[in-house]
Design a protein around this ligand. Structure first.
Ligand code: HEM
Length: 481
């Protein structure tokens, strides 16, 4: 207890230290309430580097994106996985993946991520398209030509949840759908609302029904169920085979690993799909430009869209959708708020650029908070405005963004950075593109009148794509082709 209560003092060479008045908690509450505002206020007061005491840890924030490369570059003194290796098992309910108990498992899990790229990505993308079409056809395309009204987050989430689930884990034989998807989705959302508290290591028994809900979610992936599913992706098949090699993993542990992947694959993708849809539907000129682009890419492959024929969008075609990709990236810029974390392995002097270095202590966290960069008016003119073509220049992807006259190596980081960068990022972008292609090709879309602009719910700040504070009503009707 004494250790927890002992106050740390700033030493020579260390960044300014912001402690807060409550022992142990430090500035956690203010940071949790609105991380972006908190960091901006402190940057104005203390400059680009400062250390904040948050829930028992000392976090040194590096706010200048020109310094990001020196942190992201792998260094002996900064560990990338120490934090996630502790936090993820606690949150999803599997035992820590340590070498003593599970020799080689960590490395093999890492290797399984390769199946989310290359040829693996090609088959995932094909399978996702088939599943999206199945859901659109069965749930939305039979509805005739009149306007239908719906809540946009719920609409996007319902489709992306089930289509991603079928694509990764497979489903009942003969193209059928899983029963019980509705309750599973509800439980997922309840678990997701507790996610920030679990990540903050609040014991699960303090969080009401969360433990029972997590158990139900995990049980969905027990072997006797999964073994009945067909069209399971190579990625999940390989992981299942891998877990079978470890007697030290119980059946529930294996299922908990599968559940963690469900969260990783939907927890950010579904809100990201919502924001991309919302920004396009609320900017009719952007919606029209992207709609035209989709048609021209189809025409390039001699495909003409017709609503009574199934449409395919291959990985190559999706890559040609420059404006659609820019619109998705722009909505990720406006809605993502993840923290990139490294843990200092020893006391050392951290070099930030050619002139500056700061002293950090063993166990301290070095944190990048890209949302501050995403909303920096020096890098992005009118940063709060959605410009669907922000990442296009001269018919190509725009990659040059500047701060203080210097070109930035990192300017958009919704997927993290360096060796912990999200391995599912290519799949995520493809599936959001596919969803939007179908939505825009099949439907006229409008926001319902009389609603205020959608705003971000900050409760997940630091952990990924933020949810909307309230859902948005919209109308859709089959397009006349
Ligand atoms: C990790 C973002 C979609 C699988 C991460 C991280 C971020 C992130 C920020 C942590 C990186 C770090 O620690 O620095 C996103 C966003 C997505 C998305 C914004 C959608 C828009 C997906 C999808 C999958 C996926 C579709 C598919 C399976 C993973 C996995 C990890 C991860 C497995 C952990 C990697 C590790 O332990 O090294 N993601 N992600 N993500 N993501 Fe994603």
């Amino acid at each position: 207890l004494l250790c927890l209560l002992r106050r740390r003092n700033r030493r020579h060479g260390e960044p300014p230290l912001i402690r807060g008045v409550i022992p142990y908690i430090g500035k956690a509450l203010q940071f949790g309430k609105d991380a972006h505002r908190f960091l901006e206020d402190h940057r104005k007061k203390y400059g680009d580097i400062f250390t904040v005491h948050i829930a028992g840890r000392y976090m040194t924030f590096i706010m200048d994106p020109l310094m990001y490369p020196s942190i992201i570059k792998q260094g002996r003194q900064l560990d990338f996985h120490e934090f996630s290796n502790k936090v993820a098992p606690f949150t999803f309910g599997y035992p820590p993946v340590i070498n003593g108990k599970f020799p080689g498992l960590k490395e093999q899990i890492k290797r399984s991520f390769n199946l989310l790229q290359g040829d693996g990505l090609k088959s995932l993308t094909e399978s996702m398209m088939g599943n999206l079409i199945l859901l659109f056809r069965q749930d939305h395309l039979r509805e005739g030509g009149s306007w239908k009204s719906s809540s946009m987050f719920e609409f996007c989430f319902t489709i992306m949840f089930e289509a991603t689930f079928l694509t990764l884990y497979g489903g009942p034989p003969a193209g059928c759908r899983h029963s019980g998807m509705g309750p599973l989705r509800e439980d997922f959302l309840k678990f997701d609302s507790m996610f920030p508290l679990l990540i903050a290591q609040i014991p699960i028994w303090l969080l009401g029904r969360t433990k029972a809900i997590r158990k139900k979610l995990i049980n969905y992936f027990l072997l006797h169920r999964m073994s009945r599913w067909s069209n399971t992706s190579q990625f999940i098949k390989l992981r299942a085979e891998l877990f079978e090699q470890y007697d030290t993993l119980s059946d529930v542990d294996k299922a908990a690993h599968h559940f963690a992947i469900l969260w990783a694959s939907v927890g950010n993708t579904a809100p990201a799909t919502f924001w991309a849809t919302y920004y396009l539907v609320s900017h009719p000129e952007a919606l029209e430009a992207v709609h035209q682009e989709i048609h021209s890419v189809l025409r390039l492959s001699d495909m003409e869209f017709s609503s009574d024929r199934d449409i395919t969008m291959s990985r190559d075609q999706l890559e040609k959708l420059l404006y659609l990709e820019s619109a998705i990236n722009e909505s990720l810029r406006l809605s993502s708020a993840s923290t990139n974390i490294r843990v200092a392995q020893e006391d050392f002097s951290l070099r930030l650029d050619t002139e500056r270095s700061v002293s950090v202590r063993k166990g301290d966290i070095i944190a990048l908070y890209p949302q501050s960069m995403h909303l920096d008016p020096e890098i992005y003119e009118e940063p709060q405005t959605f410009r669907f073509d922000r990442y296009v220049q001269d018919g190509k992807e725009k990659t040059d963004f500047y701060k203080g006259g210097q070109k930035l190596k990192y300017y958009l980081m919704p997927f993290g950075s360096g060796s912990t960068m999200c391995p599912g990022r290519f799949f995520a972008l493809n599936e959001i593109k596919q969803f939007l292609c179908l939505l825009l090709l099949y439907f006229d879309l409008e926001l319902e009148e009389g609603q205020s602009r959608a705003t971000l719910d900050p409760s997940r700040a630091g952990l990924g794509v933020l949810l909307p504070a309230t859902d948005v009503r919209f109308r859709y009707r089959l397009r006349k082709v």
